[in-house]
Design a protein around this ligand. Structure first.
Ligand SMILES: CC(C)(COP(=O)(O)OP(=O)(O)OC[C@H]1O[C@@H](n2cnc3c(N)ncnc32)[C@H](O)[C@@H]1OP(=O)(O)O)[C@@H](O)C(=O)NCCC(=O)NCCS
Length: 328
């Protein structure tokens, strides 16, 4: 069975906020500190009429249009988010209703923080493999601007809002038309990991069942930095599962947390600098949306081409991690 990635889509809030704009908004920081510690130059922040749902919907609609797939042909919708519009129903439910996907579709959210998109890919693959349709919308969508403590300059400058989506197909044979050969296509292998004993390193300070609030982001920055580099700097088992080696990787698309984390992990892996896709400078950390937004950027500007081997790597709250390898 093949799980081709047919298209990507992206949605960003209307308002782009530079580091200087943050200062103008009253955050005690400066452009030089943020750029030197993180590589972040700007982020997008939702206005009142924008939300995780509206971003997820817009990214999904764009991905469907680019794939030439009608909403009626979607069998699975998985939204990775930890910043949903409502505690329930899920963002996936809102997207299903808004785009007019069939009521027979499997639609659910995955709360995996920054590893959420890899979890969503794994979930969508499993649902498609069980026969729940021929096409899945896999979406990462977040509005971290709504859960950061704007008085905590150590965290609020790091995050942004956005959504990215892919349409994943499911076929029994080769995917002629994508690469024109019979080699395995699309999502070749995916793996996930979790160490819940480290939950305190990066978490929300509240939740429905504890404080009846969404809480705000609380993070042990240095510890998270160290763990992220250690985890993302290891050769992920997905490569061997897919019968590939690091040398086969054309594009490394990691979770976009901090350019120093990305470069340290890339160095540890020994991957060439020009194979690393970086969008954290433009989007900041958009949690579960960061990998699909980075994918969309590199596909739409022509870097990622059909047949390329793409390695995605995520790391985040949990502490959690995950990797996926795709023959594009
Ligand atoms: C957050 C992070 C950039 C902080 O960098 P750091 O070198 O550890 O910085 P510290 O928190 O030790 O702070 C150093 C100094 O900068 C100051 N500082 C913190 N945030 C600041 C800001 N936004 N602007 C200006 N100064 C700031 C601190 O107050 C401190 O000042 P002091 O030395 O006078 O006390 C870094 O730890 C990091 O990137 N961690 C990983 C975060 C992440 O990516 N999380 C998501 C993973 S999915």
């Amino acid at each position: 069975m093949n799980f081709p990635i047919l298209s990507t889509g992206a949605a960003l809030p209307r308002t782009c906020v530079s580091n200087d704009d943050l200062v103008a908004r009253g955050v005690e920081t400066n452009d030089a500190w943020i750029v030197s510690r993180t590589g972040i130059r700007q982020r997008y922040i939702c206005e009142k009429d924008e939300s995780t749902f509206t971003l997820a919907r817009d990214a999904a609609v764009q991905a469907l249009e680019r794939a030439g797939i009608a909403a009626a042909d979607v069998g699975v919708i998985v939204v990775a988010t930890c910043t949903p519009d409502l505690s329930f129903p899920s963002v996936a439910a809102l997207v299903q209703g808004a785009i007019g996907a069939p009521t027979t579709c499997a639609a659910l959210d995955v709360n995996g923080a920054c590893s959420g998109f890899i979890m969503a890919l794994a979930t969508a693959k499993g649902l498609l493999a069980q026969g729940m349709g021929k096409h899945a919308l896999v979406i990462g969508a977040e509005t971290f601007s709504r859960v950061v403590d704007w008085n905590d300059r150590g965290t609020c400058v790091l995050f942004g809002d956005g959504a990215g989506a892919v349409v994943m197909g499911c076929t029994d044979d080769g995917v002629k038309g994508l690469t024109g050969d019979a080699a395995p296509q699309g999502l070749l292998a995916v793996e996930l990991g979790m160490d819940g004993t480290q939950a305190g390193c990066l978490k929300s300070s509240g939740g429905v069942s504890s404080t009846q609030t969404a809480g705000v982001v609380v993070m042990q920055g240095r510890e998270v930095f160290k763990q992220a580099v250690r985890q993302m700097g290891q050769v992920p088992p997905v490569l061997a599962q897919a019968g590939l080696a690091l040398g086969d990787v054309d594009w490394l698309v990691p979770h976009q947390a901090n350019v120093r984390i990305l470069e340290a992990a890339r160095d540890a892996l020994g991957v060439a600098a020009d194979k690393l896709v970086v969008t954290v400078d433009k989007h900041a950390n958009t949690s579960a949306a960061s990998i699909p937004l980075a994918l969309d950027a590199a596909v739409t500007d022509g870097r990622i081409a059909r047949g390329d081997i793409v390695l995605m790597q995520a790391f985040g709250a949990g502490l959690s991690w995950g990797s996926a390898v795709v023959r594009w």
